[in-house]
Design a protein around this ligand. Structure first.
Ligand SMILES: [Zn+2]
Length: 415
């Protein structure tokens, strides 16, 4: 059996690219899983023609077995038979003939075929999403995967409707009296220096004065934008928890990750980083989120200006916490935009304290920046992500790529 041939046949029959044919087959396999299925089950996700073509090739490649289920209108009984049989066992009439027997084809993916298909899907997905120039970094990351500490940025909360830094700050609708202040603000936003932009809003905006008002406003925005339910395939928090780290670091204010971690038996509720006291043990399976910049439940703890941000990272106790928590373990940065001045500064501050080797997941990385990061021992895990119509990264495809990456790291073959 060759799944590669199946894909190519489907591609040529339906006039699709190999990749689109692959996604179609993948979509179908995800729909049916191990259960038996009928064409009706697939109608929501595939067209009649697509279903017909794929099923024909699957029968031909002996990946699926087919049964016919029918109802006899004469005796009001139902039964199953093989596709080549055409006689009703009750009335002996023709199944496809004149009496109106209700006939349905039932398919079943063979057990060994299912395993082969999953393996093939996994390999193809990894080939599709992992940028080969960075495979070396990826292999190292996998070797260290039981030691990595996930470090979560705003990108992971985007599928829940919560804006990233840029969106958040825009929603504060900052307005300044002076022209040069507006220009300064735009420059800071362009370079991604979000903390400095917040500082400017705090000090000079005529709508928001002071850190307290800023904290209140940010909490309001997060609460108003956060969606209460997002399907599992549309976000990555249920994947992140599979990393089963003792703890997770985040600069996010929202508490979504904790919500997903709380489904574990051993779970410790989220805490602000600067409340962490060295005598507390972070034992295996404690599944705890440490919020570096505070969280929305403790508004006054939220770091929302350059001044409090600088204070946080120059605090000796915090530096000591970084050293004792992280030690020589590698950090894995997820959901950060590595071109932002915000991330660059954040990384530098932490790196100056802990050094060591770390990793960052980047969509469609640019090689020059990757080389710059490598100088500070920050290794890029590059993912190939589809472009959206504005030439940005397609967010759905990014979510999927992260799922493939985390499955690779955790050896979860999806069965
Ligand atoms: Zn009959």
């Amino acid at each position: 059996m060759s799944l590669e041939n199946l894909m190519k046949s489907v591609a040529s029959d339906l006039q699709l690219s190999d990749e689109d044919a692959f996604f179609l087959i993948e979509n179908m396999i995800n729909c049916i899983g191990r259960e038996q299925f009928t064409k009706r089950l697939l109608i929501e996700n595939l067209t009649d023609e697509q279903i017909l073509v794929i099923i024909n090739y699957m029968e031909h490649e002996k990946i699926i077995t087919t049964e016919v289920s029918y109802e006899c209108p004469v005796f009001n009984e139902s039964s199953e038979t093989i596709p080549s049989a055409n006689k009703c066992e009750f009335c002996e009439g023709n199944l496809m003939g004149d009496i109106d027997h209700e006939v349905e084809f039932i398919y079943h993916l063979k057990d060994n075929a299912y395993k082969d298909v999953l393996k093939w899907l996994k390999e193809k997905e990894e080939e599709r999403y992992f940028k080969h120039e960075f495979l070396d970094n990826l292999k190292r990351l996998k070797e260290a995967s039981n030691r990595i500490i996930p470090f979560i940025g705003a990108g992971l909360s985007l599928p829940f409707g919560i804006p990233n830094w840029r969106g958040l700050i825009e929603r504060l609708s900052p307005s300044f009296e002076k022209n040069y202040q507006n220009e300064m603000f735009d420059d800071l936003m362009d370079s991604g220096d979000f903390m400095e932009a917040l500082e400017l809003i705090k000090d000079k905006s005529y709508l928001i004065t002071g850190e307290k008002q800023l904290q209140t406003k940010v909490v309001e925005i997060i609460k108003n934008t956060q969606l209460s339910y997002v399907e599992e395939r549309e976000h990555n928090y249920s994947d992140i928890v599979k990393l089963e780290s003792n703890f997770y670091l985040t600069t996010n204010y929202d508490l979504i990750l904790s919500k997903y971690l709380s489904k574990f038996n051993e779970y410790t509720s989220a805490m602000n980083f600067n409340e962490f006291d060295d005598s507390q043990e972070l034992h295996i399976g404690s599944n705890q989120v440490l919020h570096l910049h505070g969280n929305i439940k403790q508004k006054e703890s939220m770091v929302v200006s350059k001044k409090s941000y600088e204070k946080f990272y120059s605090d000796n106790d915090n530096n000591f916490r970084f050293v004792s928590l992280i030690g020589s373990k590698p950090l894995l940065f997820l959901g950060f935009s590595f071109n932002d001045a915000f991330f660059e500064d954040l990384y530098n501050k932490i790196y100056n304290v802990i050094s060591g080797n770390h990793y960052i997941v980047v969509a469609n990385p640019n090689f020059d920046t990757a080389r710059e990061l490598a100088k500070k021992n920050l290794k890029v895990i590059g993912l190939n992500i589809k472009k959206n119509k504005n030439d940005g990264t397609d967010s759905q495809d990014y979510v999927k790529a992260l799922k493939v990456l985390i499955r690779y790291l955790t050896n979860d073959n999806g069965t």
